[in-house]
Design a binder for this molecule. Structure first.
Ligand code: NAD
Length: 470
């Protein structure tokens, strides 16, 4: 038996499937597919009276647009193949949501649970210094962001390290996104990926014909969901879906999963997890171990939001969900995908569905370069204009508005309003483009191929317009 394809090989097989539907020159397709630059490095940290050597990577998949952009992952499973695969996904993701960046990804092979906060800070700062040495970070070059195992805290350390190396650099803040708001971050970034998953899923479930084909009603209300991974993406996706009327029937974490057919209250499970150190033994729910049993629970929508290679050829035949919503990167292997597609499952692919994070990172980057918060300049002016309009309507109609009505109408947009509205617009527009590609070409059988093809056309057009491939 031949070995299972690696993650990067799997991503490239999806690319090839889409590329076969185009007539771009093979050289151009090869250039889009390869990873332009990969930097692998080791560095020592002081630990427990001795030293430990840490492995890190940064892959820049495509320089067709600069800067390149992509998260930094801290996980014990990180290797070069994974980072290259994730960087490629970033190129296609940015193209799909029209974020003008090439793709990149970084990683450090550590289990964060085994290190103190001081050690994590040392590792993050040293990792950043390694990137600086090779020009692998900078507002116009390569802009990291959070991913699995990292968050605003690590992004603040990266920014602080970078600005210490480049004192006075006016664009230093734009060297990394996902920072805390007090450090130049943008409101709404923490929950952006989960909110984007929700917008994308809502748009998919609003397509009456697609839902009918699955034997489901239109809309999210009442749909049963299972969420794997209660980190940044999983928690926020579950939260927005529950607020929209979805019923969470199972939640899984590393140690196991909890199941309740009538539904689980997300925040109560998270509170229980904080109090006991585990989601297991949540009152009224059934424990499921091993944790991956959660993937096989009967539900309408399965949302993997942890790591890659979770839905495999082995467990795919037992998966009962009608929709697989890929909040994580690469959760479905190619052989699993075939099994699910043959059964008519709708797979909403990662390169579209989890693009909310990079979309809001793009807004943060613009904010950092312009040095002004969204909404700051226009808000009062807009409010004064709306106020005059409301007064004119009152005068013309003789109908007075209550102070609550007036307040709701005249309120100008804050940063968070503009971020969320920009994100919603981006996810809806991107879904419609990918969906149109799918339905408009009888050779395309699935949304992933449509998404890859959409991305491929956009990246190829940039190369062709650059005149590199006449
Ligand atoms: P995170 O570290 O915040 O959370 C991941 C969670 O998954 C953790 O709580 C972890 O304990 C849990 N987990 C690990 N193995 C598990 C298993 N086998 N079963 C159940 N739970 C398990 O990471 P995140 O930022 O939420 O990233 C999750 C996924 O989303 C990754 O694939 C990442 O690449 C992708 N993603 C993240 C972002 C972002 O903005 N953070 C953006 C796009 C895509």
């Amino acid at each position: 038996m031949s070995p299972a394809p690696s993650f990067f090989e799997t991503v490239n097989s999806y690319f090839d499937k889409a590329a076969a539907l185009t007539d771009y020159p093979p050289g151009l397709l090869e250039q889009i597919k390869v990873c332009d630059s990969v930097y692998a490095f080791q560095f020592p940290i002081r630990r427990q009276g001795g030293y430990e050597v840490i492995s890190g990577w940064r892959a820049q998949h495509s320089h067709h647009r600069l800067p390149v952009k992509g998260g930094i992952r801290f996980a014990p499973t990180v290797d070069e193949d994974e980072i290259k695969a994730l960087s490629a996904l970033m190129t296609y993701k940015c193209a799909i949501v029209d974020v003008p960046f090439g793709g990149a990804k970084g990683g450090v092979r550590i289990d964060t649970k085994q290190y103190s906060v001081q050690e994590l800070e040392q590792i993050t700062r040293r990792y950043t210094a390694e990137l600086i040495k090779k020009n692998f970070i900078g507002a116009g070059l390569d802009v990291p962001a959070p991913d699995y195992g990292t968050g605003p805290r690590e992004m603040a350390w990266i920014y602080d390290t970078y600005s210490a190396f480049y004192p006075g650099a006016i664009d230093a803040m734009a060297c990394v996104t996902g920072k805390p708001v007090t450090q130049g971050g943008i409101r709404g970034r923490v929950e952006a990926t989960g909110r984007g998953v929700y917008f994308g899923l809502r748009e998919a479930c609003d397509q009456a014909e697609d839902m009918k084909a699955l034997g489901l009603s239109t809309g999210l209300t009442g749909k049963t969901i299972v969420v794997q991974g209660l980190g940044n993406v999983g928690y926020n996706t579950a939260r927005f879906c529950q607020e929209a009327g979805c019923v969470i029937v199972a939640l899984s974490e590393r140690e196991g999963a909890v199941y309740r057919r009538q539904g689980l209250e997300l925040d109560a499970v998270v509170k229980h997890q904080k109090q006991t150190g585990s989601i297991l033994n949540f009152p009224g729910a059934t424990n499921l171990t091993p944790t991956n049993l959660a993937l096989e629970v009967e539900c309408d929508i399965l949302i993997p939001a942890a790591l890659e290679n979770q839905i495999t050829g082995e467990n795919a035949p037992r998966i009962k969900a009608k929709i697989v919503a890929e909040a994580a990167n690469g959760p479905t292997t190619a052989d699993a995908e075939k099994i699910l597609l043959d059964r008519g499952v709708l797979i909403i692919p990662d390169i579209f569905l989890n693009a909310g994070g990079v979309t809001v990172s793009y807004f943060e980057w613009i904010k950092n370069l312009s040095h002004v918060r969204f909404g700051r300049v226009a808000k009062r002016f807009e409010e004064a204009s709306y106020d005059r309009m409301v007064s004119a309507i009152e005068k013309a109609t003789g109908r007075g508005f209550s102070s609550e009505e007036r307040h709701a109408i005249v309120r100008g947009a804050d940063e968070i309003d503009l971020v969320n509205s920009g994100l919603e617009e981006t996810m809806i527009t991107a879904y419609r483009q990918v969906h149109e590609q799918w339905k408009g070409d009888s050779r395309i059988q699935d949304l992933r191929t449509a998404a890859f093809l959409t991305a491929l056309h956009k990246v190829a057009t940039t190369y062709l317009e650059l005149g590199i491939f006449p």
